[in-house]
Unconditional design. Structure first.
Length: 572
């Protein structure tokens, strides 16, 4: 079908750590020595990103349950979710937290028992107010990620919380509060998988069978045994390969609104897989949505959707392993057209040096990691959340990466890399902004326009000895133009997940995918952000909706946020 239409803290007391020895991997590090890392500075003629965390009222301090960093649960970090929970047009922030757990955390760390997640309400004036308790989402599980979704089609965003332990689904009441309806929906997940506590790390929502109801694919990590000690390296936390995996699980929404687990019937059951991140998009542009699953020290999966059955084709299409044929600690799949050829490429960060796969347009990919400049910059840093985003609005996706070692708390420089428009990246962060000149241990990171000024800011969570989240405000202040798009399908915004947008500017065609869950443990700004460069004129927009229909619209004016509704065009 084609329609042509001519016509938007927990106040974490790190002071307890000072003058205290803390075991990090194999040795002891005096806490005060870490302050030396913050004393060095660089002179910057321009600071594109400035840290504004405290001044805007974000005081989130992450904890991993105790004072020691000694197991894979503690090293994995927790997530960041950006969503507009009260529908006022300003993006709010939900930060997940760890907590003290019996049998896993050290006894002296019990001060961190029942530490809550935090919801920061964007007041629209550049500041935030912490409201998690009032809103009823101050969950006390060990939370990994949260998926915002309007599951009941009532016009507001609900929240599905993915935990180590039972998952929780919060229904948005529309009055600034949420109600736990997990039991009504059947989305808590099993008590155990492969013999140990279920460990969920993310969710992707979409209508996989096109019956008009949203379904959910939950990514599960591994079967963590807190009693296990590696026989080869007993002084270190066990390697992920030493644990069993846990199957990711597909839940189909039934007519009565409950969810039924249907993983095996769709050929998606891989009981020993170790999912770190899910990215759902139409990689082969055949009109249905496929699933990329980044796996930890296993080959990655690409599940190709064939008439609502899924075929695993990762090896066949070239995205299973890196350029050296290794399945490393892959985190997730970030997507973007890095070379401007109108095809969606795939970046897979990992704990070695990552992989950038160029889409060849025939359903296969070419590994261009080395020649793109990414391999040298990534090598040895340990990538967790890596985002492809257009920080300078010049029309091509640049790259941010939150870095840090996994098995030991060794700090690394975060990265900001600029794209030349042809898929060649240059590391500019360390000479551009103070944040990139200080080693940290980052985990989740979201890109979002928190102040609605038309450029993308960054929020990063950390697990290092500071543990504070960092908000980086984009101060580039260039004259490039932009457009922000919210898409609503026939059944609301969730029905437009995975839709493609093609922006036509003269001979240039730029491709974007309406998918905000493409980063480790993260949901970024749900609005499509389109950099237009120096030319404000858009000739036309082409939207290929998730149900396969296509609509073409005349180009709107730039430098504004707009909402497009399927079948109607611009509605605000």
């Amino acid at each position: 079908m084609e329609l042509i239409i001519l016509n938007g803290s927990f106040d974490y007391i790190w002071a307890n750590f000072w003058n205290m020895d803390m075991r990090i991997g194999t040795g002891l590090i005096l806490m005060y020595s870490i302050t030396l890392l913050t004393m060095s500075s660089c002179k910057h003629t321009k600071s594109c990103f400035s840290e504004v965390t405290s001044e805007v009222g974000i005081d989130f301090m992450y904890n991993f349950g105790d004072y020691t960093y000694e197991n894979i649960l503690e090293s994995s970090g927790s997530g960041v979710t950006v969503f507009d929970y009260d529908g006022d047009g300003w993006m709010d922030l939900y930060m997940m937290n760890g907590t003290w757990l019996e049998g896993i955390s050290d006894d002296e760390g019990r001060v961190f028992e029942n530490t809550p997640n935090r919801l920061y309400h964007n007041l629209g004036n550049g500041t935030f107010e912490e409201v998690s308790e009032q809103a009823g989402v101050d969950d006390r599980h060990w939370s990994m990620a949260a998926g915002p979704i309007d599951i009941d089609l009532d016009g507001d965003q609900d929240l599905y919380l993915l935990n180590y332990g039972p998952n929780v689904f919060y229904r948005n009441n529309g009055d600034g509060t949420f109600t736990d309806i997990t039991d009504l929906l059947g989305l808590a997940g099993p008590d155990s998988l492969n013999g140990f506590e279920k460990w969920s790390v993310g969710v992707s929502f979409w209508d996989y069978n096109k019956d008009g109801r949203l379904d959910a694919f939950v990514g599960n990590f591994l079967a963590f045994d807190p009693e296990y000690v590696s026989p080869t390296t007993p002084e270190l936390m066990p390697h992920p390969s030493e644990y069993k995996g846990q199957a990711s699980m597909m839940y189909r929404q039934e007519r009565n609104g409950t969810f039924k687990e249907v993983t095996a019937s769709l050929d998606l059951l891989y009981p020993d897989s170790k999912c770190m991140g899910l990215t759902v998009y139409d990689y082969d542009m055949d009109g249905d949505l496929d699933i990329f699953q980044g796996n930890d020290h296993q080959a990655n999966f690409m599940f190709r959707n064939d008439d609502s059955k899924f075929i695993e084709v990762g090896v066949e299409i070239g995205v299973a392993v890196n350029s050296h044929g290794q399945g490393t600690g892959s985190m997730h799949g970030a997507i973007g057209d890095v070379d401007g050829d109108g095809l969606m490429d795939l970046l897979v960060p990992d704990l070695r040096y990552g992989a950038l796969y160029r889409n060849l347009g025939n359903g296969t990919f070419e590994d261009i990691t080395e020649r793109s400049g990414i391999e040298g910059a990534f090598a040895g840093k340990g990538q967790w959340a890596s985002a492809l985003f257009d920080y300078d609005n010049d029309g091509d996706p640049d790259l941010f990466s939150a870095n840090g070692n996994g098995d030991e708390l060794i700090l690394q420089y975060p990265l900001l890399m600029e794209n030349d428009g042809k898929g060649n990246f240059t590391n500019i962060g360390i000479s551009d902004s103070p944040y990139f000149s200080e080693k940290r241990s980052g985990r989740a990171a979201a890109t979002w326009d928190y102040d609605n000024d038309g450029d993308l800011d960054i929020i990063v969570s950390h697990v290092d000895l500071k543990a504070n989240a960092v908000l980086l405000r984009n101060n580039c202040n260039n004259d490039n133009h932009w457009l922000g798009l919210s898409l609503e399908g026939k059944n609301g915004p969730a029905a437009a997940i995975g839709a493609s947008v093609i922006v036509h500017q003269g001979e240039k065609r730029a491709l974007f995918i309406n998918q905000w869950a493409t980063t480790y443990l993260t949901n970024s700004d749900p609005r499509l952000h389109i950099g237009l460069g120096e030319n404000p004129k858009i000739d036309r927009l082409e939207i290929r909706w998730s149900d396969g229909s296509r609509e073409v619209y005349p180009g709107p004016a730039s430098d504004q946020y707009l909402t497009f509704r399927q079948g109607y065009g611009i509605i605000e």
